[in-house]
Design a protein around this ligand. Sequence first.
Ligand SMILES: [Fe+2]
Length: 200
Amino acid sequence: MNPFYCVPLNLDLKLFKSSDDTISFIRNNPLWASSPYKLYFRVDTSELSDELLELFEKHNQQVKLIEVFYVYPNAETGIHTDGFRRGDFPKLNFVFGGEDSTMNWWKISDEYKRKEYSQGIYTKSLIEADSIIYEKTDVDFAYSKTLSGAALIQAGSPHNIVNKHQDRFCVSFIFADKTLKRRLTMREAIDKFKEYNVVP
Ligand SMILES: [Fe+2]
């Protein structure tokens, strides 16, 4: 286990207020059906279950953004970092389906660093989420993990998903510490949610 990239959490709770289970909530959501290629939509905080709001509240975290990502069976997503700069930016993800899918992390190559320094490149992804996109030749493999259920994941390093035979849904939370008024680092987030950490 490399805790810079991900730490599974033992957190099994209802995510949304809706009486539907999470996958039905997503499937029945008109925002999913109308999103480009059905890959991505955002959910409003008002749709979150009390249980989940209490979880963030209890740990002094404010929910900044709730996103749903869908990956088709046997599909592979582009390698990207979330946002317009790399760094140490964990998110709390809940994965449903996508059994045997892997989340992979990558390190950028020195050549890409030079290219980026001179050109300041970033490209807008297919989905509306802001991200930096990388070619496979821009990066070197770093780490891989099959994830299911809740996990803290590193979104500040290049990453992608390789899916197998099932639909894969991911509900992803960006949160920030209310006192520090910034996002936690992975180390801080692991510590903050340590009562749920799954020790390998
Ligand atoms: Fe991402």
